[in-house]
Write a protein that binds this ligand. Sequence first.
Ligand SMILES: *[C@@H]1O[C@H](CO)[C@@H](O)[C@H](O)[C@H]1NC(C)=O
Length: 525
Amino acid sequence: MIVLQLWLILLLYLYTYQTITYYPTDFLHTLSSGVFSEIFDGEVYKYYVDGEWKKSSSGKSVAIINPTTRKTQYKVQACTQEEVNKVMEMAKEAQKLWARTPLWKRAELLHKAAAILKEHKAPIGECLVKEIAKPAKDAVTEVVRSGDLISYCAEEGVRILGEGKLLVSDSFPGNERTKYCLTSKIPLGVVLAIPPFNYPVNLAVSKIGPALIAGNSLVLKPPTQGAVACLHMVHCFHLAGFPKGLISCITGKGSEIGDFLTMHPGVNCISFTGGDTGVAISKKASMIPLQMELGGKDACIVLEDADLDLVAANIIKGGFSYSGQRCTAVKVVLVMESVADELVAKVNAKVAKLTVGPPEENSDITPVVSESSANFIEGLIMDAKEKGATFCQEYKREGNLIWPLFLDHVRPDMRIAWEEPFGPVLPVIRINSIEEGIHHCNASNFGLQGCVFTKDINKAILISDAMETGTVQINSAPARGPDHFPFQGIKDSGIGSQGITNSINMMTKIKSTVINLPTPSYSMG
Ligand SMILES: *[C@@H]1O[C@H](CO)[C@@H](O)[C@H](O)[C@H]1NC(C)=O
């Protein structure tokens, strides 16, 4: 009887707190595991500097709105510019020792962080569900994939950073064999990592892993939505025992610390994934290496001989996974007129089977990240409607939830033919020649990925050569992974190339040491 009463009191207590202060729903996890309690003061998540979890002196916080409930889910610190300065100072200091830490030790710590991250896949996955409405199953997959990525960075780093080159001078005309040049790779210093909301954990570690193994220190500025998942992820690095100051995570308003961070003289490299902000950053940043992955308008070119069931399955997966909020989502289908009716029918049959609802239920289509995103998507849809696109489904929206929509007979004068909706709406443009498809693809300001479906490998290769994109997939939807593949966009889609190996190389520079010998005398014999 007493036990029952205690339970009732506890339930009432929890209920009161949940409704009044919007305690994060993973608070129970936090309490029961005890592991995450140091990063959360009961109301606002702390930020991470100099190996410690701290509250900002601003006394202010930034609210994170749950896309599904449209209510405040979490709060994070609104850090100040002085706090950015402190983070930079610590990062610079910590990097000096880290650069001299043996490579195998750096790798060992990364492996440890990877294992701890995987152990915490459930609570971190839950943050992704609440912050960015990622379907629960995919949220956990993102965390596991991130652990694998960190381990791969450790292994690849040991392989490629452990070797250098020896050059001798007499291969260049006019030189004797008197100079030996030794080259090795050295770290850049402080790397600033800015991941986007859609893969906040995975795209953070795709920058953190390469930076740390290469001997850099790292400052993470997480996206507002996704910040709590990032803080939990950084906590795993904290638990792994990395040196103080080597990794920091600073949260806050973009208007207060955004430019201040990207233009900070203490930053030696910026790795950014996101939208238009990247263009602004690349114009304002000082003379430092930049790695940018921005938007995409990935085209799917479908030839007459394509396996249409395969195409339809890839259009669903490529166009509607995570409600189309992926840089490498299929964003326009360019199909030969002669097979268009059949393909559209096959895709429509599959769209009808997509489940629409909250991320907790693993729905295929979940609310898009914010109300402004939903409004932007709706704007593109209305423009297509006015200009006469065929709606294969009825347009339906509730709050941030937009039902999947396939738009047929889209023409180049419609905004959706060129702009990136980042939502569950996909336009189809019917083409009469392969050239027309390539022309549309190349006329885009973006050049991230593209895909072509055909059974004729010769045609596929020719089309791949003609498409002005960083990657072309033959007979599959565009995708960033596996994470060790090179990943790059041309034109407005980015600067540099990512993927684990390329990122490690990008976050180092070459250092040469030349040994000069006396001029040989040929009169020795
Ligand atoms: C891309 O398409 C345009 C227009 O069709 C063409 O002029 C250009 O040569 C193509 N690019 C490549 C690399 O073939």
